[in-house]
Ligand binder design. Structure first.
Ligand SMILES: *Cc1c(COP(=O)(O)O)cnc(C)c1O
Length: 360
């Protein structure tokens, strides 16, 4: 006998990328930033380590929201912070979708969206991206309560134009969550759509472009009535004192974030070109990773395993449309050069006869 709700019993749960305990790997599997956080952030956290930790933090993180609003050119009333954007995703799904409600997202995308729908006992509607990773007409599902789009998308790295996102927001029922975890690596973003659409929520995070995955801080930008409603659903103290200090200092140092982002984009161009020369198909990336499809006769799974044995971690997904691909986070130029050296060695010799199988 199980004590769990049947939908929880049925679901398998989200599987995050591997986080090995020892630091011996070149880690290119979970889209962390290879550069350190701003020294201003480290100092701000150190300063916040004092006896005030005895006290609860500001429940609505006013100082953080004020800084975010200032940097993004909006008002604090239109901003909410969370324990990573994953916390905000969880608050959003609990706010808008209940049992039997339709939750829409493209496939393949961030796998957490499906898990969130299952947690609510909702109806998960995964709509396939086209071959070129644009959205098909049937992406708009009648009666959907929540529609998620990671933009730029993971694991493809591709992007839907703000114009297209705006059209979708006008046509759908319910809210449209534009998960912009990678926006700082992209040429465009959807922030300005907030003004025209009362059903759009934009999500950002410090985890990728600000090199702060370990801090767990994300933020949501939307029109005031949506933010007010979400505030009722969040935990009282969902962002701690150290994270509030960190986000203010991180946003104050735009210069170091932008410098790191430029380096990553440069390495992205280099990695893309090098992989293409080796015969991989590389999807056009607007993120800090690339999705590379293996050439015929080369098994992505074997490559993943062999690289791992050589202490290089990349991401392999045993899923339809992805099982012939590797997702590679953009590391430092030195890390990428080591990866490329091994790949060159392997691709010449890895004529695996195993045909990738589909599990979904
Ligand atoms: C990394 C990522 C997140 C999670 O961000 P956190 O702020 O670390 O929780 C959310 N959405 C997408 C698409 C991501 O890639």
């Amino acid at each position: 006998m199980s004590y769990f709700r049947t939908n929880i019993e049925r679901m398998s749960g989200y599987t995050p990328g591997e986080q090995p305990k020892d630091g011996i790997y070149i880690k290119l599997n979970t889209n962390e930033n290879p550069y350190p956080p701003s020294s201003g952030v480290l100092n701000a956290i150190k300063e916040a380590i004092n006896e005030n930790l005895r006290l609860y933090p500001d429940p609505v993180a006013t100082a953080a929201r004020t800084k975010i609003a200032e940097i993004l050119g909006t008002r604090p009333e239109c901003v909410m912070t969370g324990n990573g954007s994953d916390d905000l995703l969880s608050i959003i799904i609990r706010s808008f979708a209940g049992e039997g409600d339709k939750v829409v997202f493209p496939y393949p995308s961030y796998m957490l969206y499906k898990t969130l729908a299952e947690l609510q006992d909702g109806v998960a509607c995964a709509v396939d991206f086209t071959e070129g990773y644009s959205l098909p007409e049937d992406f708009i599902v009648e009666g959907a309560k929540v529609t998620f789009i990671a933009n730029p998308n993971s694991p493809s790295g591709t992007m839907i134009s703000p114009g297209k996102i705006s059209k979708i927001a006008s046509k759908i029922d319910g809210v449209l969550v534009v998960d912009e975890a990678y926006a700082d690596f992209a040429d465009d973003n959807c922030l300005s759509l907030i003004k025209q659409h009362d059903n759009i929520l934009i999500l950002r995070t410090l985890s990728k472009s600000y090199s702060l995955a370990g801090i767990r801080l994300g933020f949501c930008i939307a029109q005031e009535p949506l933010i007010q409603g979400l505030m009722k659903v969040k935990d009282s103290y969902n962002v701690d004192r150290l994270s509030i200090a960190a986000v203010i200092a991180a946003l104050d140092d735009q210069k170091s974030m932008k410098a790191h982002t430029e380096k990553i984009k440069e390495t992205r161009r280099y990695l893309t070109k090098s992989l293409q020369e080796m015969g991989f198909f590389v999807y056009p990336s607007q993120t800090n990773f690339v999705l590379a499809r293996c050439m015929k006769g080369v098994s992505a799974h074997t490559l993943y395993q062999t690289l791992k044995a050589r202490k290089i971690l990349v991401r392999y997904f045993n899923l339809r449309r992805l099982d012939d691909c590797l997702r590679i986070t953009i590391g430092t130029r030195e890390e990428i050069d080591i990866l490329l050296k091994h790949l060159k060695e392997l691709v010449g010799t890895t004529h695996s006869k195993t045909v990738p199988t589909c599990y979904h």
